[in-house]
Design a protein around this ligand. Structure first.
Ligand code: GLV
Ligand code: MG
Length: 362
């Protein structure tokens, strides 16, 4: 195995004439990454009206697109990107992403060699499924550089990995650091469960059998005992969050397949938000509203965070607020919240109104 590129070369383009890689990944709001099938004319017709209402629209070319529709999906995405005003590119309110086919499939090369010349100026992020290790990112990185150079693009296309193989999880830190193009990582619970040989049959979410039960009452052994469902995804998400934070890129929940169960969906999204994720996938328009709500800090949290910031003055020392100690470290947490609120307010007028109405208590 070869070691990582030298620090002096890391930010050099991988092809002559390719755009210079970014040294920092911009924090563009991406609370909901809404998946659509570009080969489905009914879904495609809805896209223009969705622009501006969702942070990211993702043209899906991989799983859920039938083999017979792979070419139609690719070509449909080109049409949609060309025809839809305000979708994709650095100034757009709604980003355009795609999920290409996996690197071991017969379709992926055509996905990239078609999309980059045709709509490379509109595509913000390419999501790569079933990533196993840094070598997969290196392959895509070089190919993108060659195609960008050939197409005369001036802005590097970013790369997002789906964490959905056991080996990918084992290598998540090196995947996150494999290229300056790395924008983020999503949990892929369905493929990951299969690859790990987990004994579940669902797409994301919990399982009633994965629980912890309260102790037996020795005096009354037949008495009912409380049990609490545990989160199957806690370990993977926590590990993904650390790997992303360490490399300055963004972690995401992934698909939640039980569209009708909006309560459990919201809970899964909120766990991910609290652990550090910035967004999630949406498989149905009703999941967009859930994601936008969950991945935007609440008015109460923003109010509290601003109050701590105001009370902490130069940011050192400690103060007591409502009987709780606040210090340099809690201030830093509050600053994360305040910064996120500012970024979201810049693109979401309704949120801006709510955050602007907050009066900072002394
Ligand atoms: C997503 O692609 C998943 O496999 O969960
Ligand atoms: Mg998958």
């Amino acid at each position: 195995m070869s070691g990582p590129r030298s620090a002096k070369d890391f930010f050099r383009p991988l092809a002559v004439g390719a755009p210079t890689p970014l040294t920092e990944i911009p924090a563009r709001p991406s609370r909901a990454i809404h998946f659509f099938d570009p080969s489905n004319p009914k879904m495609a017709a809805k896209i223009p009206d969705m622009v501006g209402t969702v942070d990211v629209l993702l043209g899906n070319l991989e799983d859920a697109i039938k083999a017979d529709n792979k070419v139609a999906a690719r070509e449909g995405l080109v049409q949609i990107a060309r025809q839809t005003e305000g979708l994709g590119g650095p100034a757009a309110k709604t980003q355009l992403w795609t999920r290409i086919n996996s690197l071991d499939s017969p379709w992926v090369l055509d996905d990239l060699t078609t999309l980059i010349p045709a709509i490379g100026d509109r595509l913000d992020v390419v999501m790569v499924p079933k990533v196993q290790g840094a070598e997969d990112i290196h392959y895509v990185d070089r190919l993108l550089a060659q195609l960008e150079a050939k197409a005369g693009l001036t802005r590097p296309i970013l790369v997002h990995a789906i964490l959905e193989t056991a080996r990918g999880v084992a290598n998540v830190e090196e995947i996150c650091g494999a290229s300056p193009r790395m924008q983020g990582v999503s949990l892929g619970p369905a493929d990951l469960a299969a690859d790990r040989r987990m004994k579940t049959t669902r797409v994301g979410g919990g399982h009633p059998g994965y629980l912890v039960r309260g102790d037996r009452d020795v005096d009354n052994p037949d008495a009912p005992r409380p049990s609490y469902q545990q989160d199957l995804w806690h370990y993977t998400i926590a590990r993904m969050v650390d790997a992303c934070a360490m490399h300055g890129i963004y972690p995401y929940y992934g698909p939640f397949g039980d569209i009708a169960d909006v309560v459990a969906c919201e809970d899964q999204f909120r766990n991910a938000f609290l652990l550090g994720c910035v967004g999630t996938w949406s498989l149905h328009p009703k999941q967009i509203a859930i994601a936008n709500r969950v991945f935007s800090p609440s008015v109460e949290d923003v109010a509290h965070a601003r109050r701590v910031v105001a009370a902490m003055g130069d940011g050192t020392g400690a103060v007591m607020l409502d009987g709780k100690m606040e210090d340099d470290a809690s201030l830093k947490q509050c600053l994360v919240m305040v910064e996120l609120a500012e970024q979201l307010a810049a693109i979401d007028p309704e949120l801006k109104k709510q955050y602007d109405a907050i009066e900072v208590q002394a």
